[in-house]
Write a protein that binds this ligand. Structure first.
Ligand code: FMN
Length: 404
């Protein structure tokens, strides 16, 4: 591996280690994103090989992709039969062909079995036995063309996955690099949570004082979102209840709420409608709400006293509705010794019936990192300081063991 590739290899995660990805690049202006996309895939451990159409080579030079991937770039099919080398059915073949950014032209050719560019030849070679993901990019008028629409539908029916473009400034712009990486990991990562249904809450609730002012807390939603995304990437069917203003998430099924009341209602609806295997309550819900919310904006300039009343304890409702569910609660406290924190976690277990409590000090709020104690009825496991993404990974490993 070249030094400048080694420097970034698997620095973000090891989720794509051992995976060989062919990045097949057609001639869209969004090809300029491919350098960053390839580097990001490598940061998750992938080996990336670029293949470029003749038109792509007019937009970015193959040297850029050679640099980005650290591998030779296929710019034409020669006597080395590059398409078979990369995508033929053999033990060294690619795990995924990612056509990005896909032009109307290339989509049309693939849909009709035409292969007269390095990109389309590699796709044709891979079609029968290797997953193919297409991320389109084109003008909206091209994207709305009935034949382009038909071609995309035809390919979807044949099992090709599409990453929807973003519609901005009259264009169907290629999806963000973050979204493409998420979808690639979702396709290739281990599926040890397949068949499990999981409900996760994330973020800080808002309790309104008047129509525009509210009481909230410093939770960013990062921990809950990381937990929900990790579960979805590993094959679980995930519902994420995310509070407004939290960090965004790529989880497919999301419900947005604001107040504790809305959060409780959303959880109750879910637990009444479907049987869940695990519920993870990572949201920081307000313990108090304003007793009487003002209907109009409260005038400034005078002292104001608010009377607060306690909110319903969401965690207590979960096992009432589904006694069998595996319930994971959080306990964040300040000024407690480790022993006191463990005791507080065990108290939550007794009261709400949680099966696992992730206990931590409040420094984690809003930050990228977290360190935590995993407390069960008969064990305590200390996890050192790590990123919330890594913690989410470890957490599901642990939950899987406990579920079994
Ligand atoms: C600067 C530039 C930007 C282009 N961007 C797009 C695009 O985003 N989407 C698209 O479908 N075609 C785009 N085209 C047109 C394609 O390059 C053209 O349809 C070409 O035949 C595609 O060939 P290929 O699919 O084999 O790469 C662009 C052309 C140029 C010169």
């Amino acid at each position: 591996m070249l030094h400048h590739v080694k420097l970034i290899y698997a620095t973000k995660s090891r989720k794509l280690v051992g995976k060989k990805i062919v990045l097949a690049i057609p001639g869209s202006i969004a090809a300029v994103e491919c350098v960053k996309l390839a580097r990001e895939l490598i940061r998750h451990g992938a080996e990336v090989h670029a293949v470029m159409s003749e038109n792509a080579q007019k937009i970015i030079h193959p040297y850029a992709m050679e640099f980005a991937t650290g591998n030779p770039v296929v710019t034409e099919i020669t006597g080395f039969i590059e398409h078979v080398e990369l995508a033929g059915e053999h033990e060294n073949k690619a795990d995924l062909v990612l056509v990005c950014p896909a032009t109307a032209n290339t989509i049309g050719k693939i849909a009709n079995g035409i292969d007269d560019t390095p990109v389309t030849t590699v796709v044709t070679t891979a079609f029968a036995h290797t997953p193919i993901i297409i991320a389109p990019a084109m003008h909206s008028t091209m994207y709305d063309h009935p034949i382009v629409v038909e071609n995309i539908e035809k390919l979807k029916k044949l099992g090709v996955e599409f990453i929807e473009p973003r519609f901005e400034e009259g264009k169907a712009k290629v999806a963000s690099i973050e979204e493409i990486v998420y979808r690639v990991i979702k396709k290739l990562y281990r599926k040890d949570l397949a068949g499990k249904r999981v409900l996760v809450t994330a973020g800080a609730t808002r309790e309104y004082i008047d129509p525009i002012r509210y009481i909230t807390n410093a939770s960013s939603g990062k921990m809950g979102v990381a937990i929900a995304e990790e579960a979805e990437l590993r094959g679980a069917e995930v519902t994420l209840i995310r509070t407004r203003g939290s960090v965004p998430s790529f989880v497919e099924n999301q419900i947005e709420v604001e107040t504790v009341e809305e959060m409780l209602e959303a959880i109750e609806n879910e637990l009444k409608a479907k049987r869940y295997d695990a519920v993870v309550l990572a949201a920081a819900v307000s313990d108090f709400r304003v007793k009487e919310k003002a209907d109009a904006k409260i005038k400034s300039g005078k002292p104001l006293t608010l009377e607060l009343e306690p909110t319903p304890k969401i965690i207590d409702r979960v096992k009432e509705l589904q006694p069998e569910v595996f319930l994971i609660g959080f306990k964040a406290e300040t000024g407690l010794s480790e022993e006191e924190l463990i005791n507080a976690a065990r108290k939550q277990m007794e009261r709400a019936g949680s099966d696992l409590v992730i206990a931590n000090t409040l420094q984690a709020f809003g930050s990228e990192e977290n360190e935590a104690l995993l407390v069960t009825r008969d064990s305590v496991k200390r996890l050192p300081k790590m990123s919330k993404r890594e913690l989410a990974e470890k957490l599901w490993d642990e939950i899987l063991l406990l579920l079994e």
